[in-house]
Design a protein around this ligand. Sequence first.
Ligand code: GDP
Ligand code: MG
Length: 174
Amino acid sequence: MTNAPRIKVVVLGSSKVGKSAVVVRYLTKRYIGEYSSTSDFLYRHNVTFDNVTTEVEILDTSKCAKNGCLYEHIRWGEAFIIVYSVVDKHSFHEAQEILNQLVKLKLPSYYTSLLLGNKRDLDHSRQICVDDGEELSLQYGCQFYEVSAAENFAGVSLAFQSVLREARSVQLLR
Ligand code: GDP
Ligand code: MG
């Protein structure tokens, strides 16, 4: 008997960009607003693509990127969602740092990555325009979406499905 396929997804990014909000939105369709951020949280659920059911593990990380956890998270995962907030320039720079670390630690292995700009509902206070996000994603060869966990389920769901589908395809090719 073969093991059921499994995809390990890690959600990374600066603190307060909405990592927990997007994960909870994707998994429950709901937006709650406030989330505890003291520790990492691992969620498990099943997705079915093309009649194949895959177990997905989603690691919602908390703010330990500065004390060595980033290395462990990157080693553990095979698909990465790097979140920044479109109203926080610093978080965009941190997203770039994380993309750099992925290149350093993961290549030449194949991995799936998605750059996710969150909080697009706060358009009036934007510090990062769509073009900046797109350009960064092209530079690192990752997928790119802008979403609002607060306002909209569809965009978040589309982004997750897209990264999961790519990760699944890569597994099938192995
Ligand atoms: P994390 O530290 O990256 O996990 O961020 P959280 O998910 O805890 O969210 C941080 C704060 O941003 C919370 O107050 C959320 O309510 C808020 N937030 C998250 N997503 C959005 C969004 O799409 N729009 C707005 N306006 N606020 C959001
Ligand atoms: Mg959190």
